[in-house]
Design a protein around this ligand. Structure first.
Ligand SMILES: Nc1ncnc2c1ncn2[C@@H]1O[C@H](COP(=O)(O)OP(=O)(O)OP(=O)(O)O)[C@@H](O)[C@H]1O
Ligand SMILES: [Mg+2]
Length: 309
């Protein structure tokens, strides 16, 4: 089984409007879509669509938290969240007539020490039934910046695999525990290493540096150019064919999901790369976030170029 960790869950509402956003105006919403949000929940949906068993974990609270659990259940995704006193947040994305997006992200309720300790206790038990763990996104107020380091240490002590996909301080602290894999994009890697990255050679050198620091698999995602992988098997780029992207939000999450599936199935790093590029590129072909059509992924898979560097 694959376990996903989403500490900062939300209910994501997409408001489609037939005008532009202006302050002081009453705006009627034409259509509204609601999804269980937070990057780790996108990862959970894609793992499920790939056909693997997944358990979503993290914190939820109040009525909004119950709605998240309901939405996951509708997608037949198992979950085991710690229930917090604070209410789960809403995140609103307004998409206007020209598809320009305006986002309102609530800060989210803080997690207490007691709630954190309960999560750690339950996670320790879940680990016994899990082969692969994914950790995605931001953390709520109330948790220390080393929370991912603590969780990665727990996973590694039990000899399981863990993928970390986050940014800023959480990533800096998290890599101290040497997760099995990280998947920064180039901006995240620039901020992690405190250097400017301007070309392919600099991307490769930065990824090698992180691999040498003890991270088994370093994958740098490059949007439409695919992804670069550094592991003990060598350095490879997986390049998708040119596609007409509709919505690239959640492509990174889809890539993390597919790598977790690859680990679960015992694929080699390069096999996982090819699979993950096809699933993440297929996600760009659908308007919904954290979703793909299997036939799209199959077609893309046939046309992916794996380049040994
Ligand atoms: N326009 C595109 N065409 C084909 N594949 C794409 C495109 N955009 C993204 N992908 C696929 O998705 C993967 C991840 O995308 P990207 O590098 O944008 O991740 P990201 O910045 O972490 O995204 P996010 O965090 O918003 O989910 C890429 O490595 C690639 O395989
Ligand atoms: Mg990302």
């Amino acid at each position: 089984m694959i376990t996903t960790i989403t500490l900062n869950v939300s209910v994501d509402k997409a408001y489609h409007i037939n005008e532009t956003v202006e302050s002081g105006k009453v705006i009627r919403v034409a259509t509204c879509n609601m999804t269980a949000g937070g990057k780790g929940l996108n990862v959970s949906r894609v793992i499920k669509m790939c056909g693997e068993d997944v358990l979503a974990t993290g914190f939820v609270g109040g009525h909004t938290g119950a709605l998240v659990e309901d939405l996951l259940q509708k997608d037949e995704i198992k979950s085991k969240f710690v229930h917090t006193k604070g209410e789960t947040r809403n995140c609103i994305n307004i998409l206007d007539q020209d598809n320009v997006s305006t986002e309102f992200l609530e800060p989210g309720a803080p997690v207490s020490e007691e709630e954190k300790n309960l999560f750690i206790k339950e996670f320790d038990e879940i680990l016994d039934k899990t082969n692969v763990v994914t950790i995605s996104g931001s953390s709520p107020q109330g948790l220390d910046k080393d929370i991912y380091r603590v969780l990665i240490d727990m996973v590694k002590k039990k000899g399981k695999k863990v993928i970390l996909d986050t940014s800023g301080e959480l990533l800096k602290e998290g890599i101290k525990a040497c997760p099995t894999m990280i998947k920064p994009n180039s901006e995240e890697m620039e901020s992690l290493l405190g250097v400017g990255i301007n070309n392919r050679e600099e991307i490769i050198n930065s990824a090698i540096k992180l691999h040498k620091s003890g991270i088994e698999i370093v994958v740098v995602s490059l949007g439409g150019e695919g992804a670069l992988l550094v592991s003990e098997d060598g350095i490879y780029q997986g390049k998708p064919p040119k596609i007409e992207a509709v919505n690239t939000v959640g492509c990174g999450d889809s890539m993390v999901a597919a790598f977790a599936v690859g680990f679960e199935r015992g694929y080699s790093p390069v096999e996982s790369l090819k699979y993950a590029v096809s699933v993440s590129a297929a996600n760009a072909l659908t308007s919904s976030t954290g979703s793909f059509i299997k036939e799209d992924a199959y077609k893309i898979f046939e046309d992916i170029k794996i380049i040994k560097i």
